[in-house]
Design a binder for this molecule. Structure first.
Ligand code: BES
Ligand code: MN
Ligand code: ZN
Length: 493
């Protein structure tokens, strides 16, 4: 979709769908009031009659009006001055969906002119692009008879963002984030037979060419030479060759880079500790961390952020082939530490630990890993927040704040020393599982043994990376959080 800005008032716009906000308690937003005047009080009459209460995200299409717009879409924006950031995003998403349902090709959206609590008009404009693209996204390239569904082609925003330049910047940032989110969704929604480790590597190469990045792909033999025994152990169960993908974006001379490490298990059957069949298809989403890393690097490059950024993606399938690792097997990681693999379904930490050791060579200022790591995290935090665990309080705080700002939240869990003993093994330096209790934390404890050389944070995104059921599909989270984090780091540099 094409986005543009207007400084016209809503009643002056000839559009197929004009979107204006309605407040709870019968108030019209400024834009709605302007249209109301032009329509001789038609909107206030509808609101007075109680057809729309103005609850956040409610929509009411008025399909035939005497104004310049073919249709007016009223959207609930809550009580004036009380609209929370997440409610705003939800309302914009519902509005985009409703405009598409109306088959409008052109849209003029004045929701960004409605004040959002604790947020600037520039934020509202940026997020309007992100939320609109998120709502209109479809993955139908594998349907031979994709339902003809005309989506809006152009969207004009009415916004009070002050100087022209600031508004343009917000639009550009919103578009970059939205493109990253949809890139990641495309990668993650592809089935496991198409999105293989090799496919991820090709996509990384393509991104490198597009964005002018250095991309290298380590093959099995390279990893053997390095001694990545943990990553290669997982890869033994499948015929698909494992890859370690490394992307480098240089935007700030020789300053220490941020490294993002993303779990790239393109299908997790559990290995010999085979998963039960119900919903196993969703384990194609076990590479959402990898998709997040590729997409975030893309956004950083598009925004030409003045930072240095490394993306590292260990990629493999986790299948129960004849050469697969077995419970009880002991392997040696790149760090030299030995691991007793008690459950082959705890594979994410095995590929991540070698990638995290590998990250040391970049002398990073901080390392953030992103992984659909534990079912326990879905139980603990659900789909609202990702889990945050870190060896550095300042870094954890920065990430939490960035998530708060982007309405893409994470929530801390403790990484206390006391949990470490759950990983004790009688036969190796550590076991790869820590029992039923605190499964998300013991997974992070495992990773913490490979991240002592730098400030590190772990984001467990098992609950937020994709949706199940009727809405099954990748979400692109936590890309908005990470882009916000990187922008804040860029401002400090
Ligand atoms: N990829 C899964 C985690 C997962 C589960 C993500 C559900 C999304 C939804 C991971 O590799 C896994 O299998 N973890 C095990 C760990 C256990 C064996 C200690 C789990 O969570 O059950
Ligand atoms: Mn697993
Ligand atoms: Zn997994």
């Amino acid at each position: 979709m094409e986005y543009a800005l207007t400084d016209k008032t809503p009643d002056q716009l000839a559009t197929e769908c004009l979107i204006v906000g309605i407040h709870e308690n019968s108030g019209l937003s400024e834009a709605a009031a302007a249209v109301d005047r032009a329509l001789g009080g038609a909107i206030s009459a509808i609101v007075q009659r109680g057809d729309i209460e103005g609850k956040p995200g409610q929509t009411l299409p008025l399909v035939s009006t005497s104004g310049k717009a073919e249709r007016v879409l009223l959207v609930g924006m809550g009580a004036a001055g009380e609209l929370k950031p997440a409610q705003y995003k939800e309302a914009v998403a519902r509005a985009a969906q409703a405009a598409a349902d109306l088959r409008a090709a052109t849209v003029a959206n004045f929701l960004p002119s409605v004040p959002v609590k604790d947020r600037s008009p520039a934020w509202a404009l940026e997020q309007a692009v992100v939320a609109t693209e998120d709502a209109l996204y479809r993955f139908d390239r594998l349907k031979t008879r994709a339902p003809a569904r005309p989506v809006p082609q152009s969207c004009i925003f009415g916004t009070p963002v002050g100087p022209e330049a600031a508004a343009r910047e917000a639009l550009a940032a919103g578009s970059a984030i939205a493109r990253a989110v949809s890139f990641a969704k495309d990668l993650a929604n592809l089935p496991g037979n198409m999105c293989t480790p090799s496919y991820l590597a090709e996509q990384a190469q393509g991104l490198g060419t597009r964005a002018g990045l250095k991309v290298s792909v380590l093959e099995k033999t390279d990893m053997e030479t390095l001694g990545m025994g943990a990553l290669l152990a997982v890869a033994r169960g499948t015929h698909e060759p494992a890859k370690l993908i490394v992307l480098e974006y240089h935007g700030n001379g020789t300053s220490a880079p941020i490294a993002l490490v993303g779990k790239g298990v393109t299908f997790d059957a559990g290995g010999i500790s085979l998963k039960p069949p119900a919903n196993m298809d969703e384990m194609k989403f076990d590479m959402c961390g990898a998709a997040t890393v590729l997409a975030t690097v893309q956004a950083a490059a598009e925004l030409t952020l003045p930072i240095n950024l490394i993306g590292i993606v260990p990629a493999t399938e986790n299948l129960p082939g004849g050469s697969a690792i077995k419970p009880g097997d002991i392997v040696t990681s790149l760090s030299g530490q030995t691991i007793e693999i008690l459950n082959t379904d705890a594979e994410g930490r095995l590929i991540l630990c070698d990638a995290l050791s590998y990250a040391e060579r970049f002398k990073p200022a901080a390392v953030i890993d992103i992984a659909t790591l534990t079912g326990a995290c879905v139980i603990a935090l659900g789909a609202q927040a990702g889990g945050l665990m870190s060896n550095d309080e300042a870094l954890a705080h920065e990430l939490e704040q960035a998530g708060q700002e982007a309405a893409d939240r994470i929530w801390p869990l403790p990484l206390w020393e006391e949990y470490q003993k759950q990983l004790d093994s009688n036969f190796a330096d550590m076991a790869n599982i820590g029992g039923r209790e605190a499964g998300t934390i013991t997974a992070a404890c495992f990773l913490s043994r490979f991240t002592e050389a730098y400030p590190w944070a772990h984001l467990d995104i098992a609950g937020i990376a994709y949706k199940s059921g009727k809405e099954k599909g990748a979400t692109g989270r936590p890309i908005p959080l990470l882009v916000e984090f990187l922008r804040r780091r860029a401002r400090l540099s």
